[in-house]
Ligand binder design. Structure first.
Ligand SMILES: NC(=O)c1ccc[n+]([C@@H]2O[C@H](COP(=O)([O-])OP(=O)(O)OC[C@H]3O[C@@H](n4cnc5c(N)ncnc54)[C@H](O)[C@@H]3O)[C@@H](O)[C@H]2O)c1
Length: 356
């Protein structure tokens, strides 16, 4: 499977117009976006394509998880067809993870696959969804149930676009950044979070460029080692996610994805400590780091939650192969751990304020 390689991922402040050079050899490009993102950034992308004389059209889609659907994919593909998009043309996905996943999947299936350039405009999309090659949409029966691996030929992550993100959306993205900081390869990310906390919270585009670059490098190395999630290497990216998914599925807790991941990281640290995989001082870091970025470290109103019900949801997590599987730190780095003893799980539930 090809690209993107490190050099095909452009990260920086004000790099949006590089989309033009990257697609200069194309005949026609469909730029898929959402109204709020297009209002702010489509003009820059379209004039960069004009400058290299590439035909283009803007194709808008809806906002939110309900727009990440097969109906939207059909609508996008029909509009590609009406606009005359051919096999060797390309799609640009300009937006957050919803646009990236949906337009990426439409590109994967239109004409049996046309190239896509991901232009992520949320922090989550820049450090996570735009660079892994996973695309897909939701069904009423569940999230991300239909999709394909379709790696972008290039990624353009302009950190200046992050300045217009709603505050909570931005901070939620930091939950994924903290995940990288806690990974064995995450020392550069951790150093930036520790030393430049205020600049990170204040969205300084040049500090964010270093931060996003460091996260992307970790993700690319892991995805290159296991592009289609077959060997278990890619599963390490799910650090903090088992508990986060259970919280999200349980619903009603008003947590954004990255916020749920932040709590999930606290849970993973406490679980690893209870299993004597890491010392208490390391587990403390799993709480201190998200807290320093003003991310939640306990579940809001978690005392009313039922631990057994959450464990049942974890057992049903599609990434678990039956039983309960967590990605946990330990002496050999991150590993999957199956069916930890109940006493250790209760210690972790205590740590995130769930149940009694
Ligand atoms: N493919 C993957 O590997 C992968 C990984 C993680 C998450 N995801 C998916 O990503 C999706 C979540 O993505 P998200 O968190 O980016 O949310 P999102 O795409 O819904 O974007 C959040 C909101 O911010 C708006 N927005 C985007 N960029 C903006 C900007 N620069 N300024 C102002 N507003 C802007 C969007 O219009 C939207 O309203 C989920 O569907 C999730 O399943 C995919």
């Amino acid at each position: 499977m090809t690209g993107p390689r490190r050099g095909d991922v452009v990260v920086g402040s004000g790099v949006l117009d590089q989309v033009g050079e990257l697609l200069a050899d194309r005949r026609r490009v469909a730029v898929v976006s959402q109204p709020v993102v297009a209002d702010a950034y489509a003009a820059t992308v379209c004039s960069a394509l004009d400058a290299v004389r590439v035909q283009h059209e803007l194709v808008l889609m809806g906002d939110g998880e309900q727009a990440k659907s097969l109906a939207t994919v059909e609508d996008l593909c029909r509009r590609f067809a009406r606009g005359g998009l051919l096999r060797n043309d390309a799609v640009v996905a300009l937006g957050g993870g919803v646009v990236g996943d949906t337009a990426g999947f439409a590109a994967a299936v239109y004409h049996r696959g046309v190239d896509v350039v991901q232009v992520p405009t949320t922090l989550l999309a820049q450090v996570d969804s735009a660079v892994g090659g996973k695309t897909g949409v939701n069904l009423p029966e569940g999230k991300n149930l239909v999709g394909s691996f379709h790696r972008p030929v290039a990624v353009v992550a302009d950190t200046r676009t992050l300045t217009t993100l709603p505050e909570r959306e931005y901070r939620s993205g930091l939950g994924e950044v903290v995940k990288y900081a806690l990974m064995p390869a995450g020392t550069a990310v951790a150093a930036l979070l520790d030393e430049k906390t205020d600049a990170v919270l204040g969205r300084d585009p040049s500090v964010l460029s270093s931060l996003v670059r460091a996260c992307v490098d970790i993700k690319l190395a892991i995805v290159d080692a296991d592009p289609e999630e077959r060997t278990g290497v890619r599963a390490t990216l799910n650090l903090g996610h088992t508990f986060a998914h259970a919280l999200e599925t349980a619903g009603g807790y008003d947590l954004y994805h990255g916020e749920a991941v932040a709590v999930g990281l606290v849970f993973a640290g406490a679980l690893a400590e209870a299993l004597e995989r890491i010392p208490a001082v390391d587990a403390a870091r799993y709480r201190a780091l998200p807290a320093s970025l003003r991310l939640p470290v306990t579940v809001p109103n978690g005392d009313v939650l039922d631990r057994e019900a959450l464990l049942a949801l974890i057992r049903r997590d599609k990434k678990a192969k039956g039983g309960i599987t967590f990605v946990l730190p330990g002496a050999r780095g991150l590993e999957t751990v199956d069916d930890p003893p109940l006493a250790a799980l209760h210690h972790a539930f205590d740590a995130v304020g769930v149940g009694g």
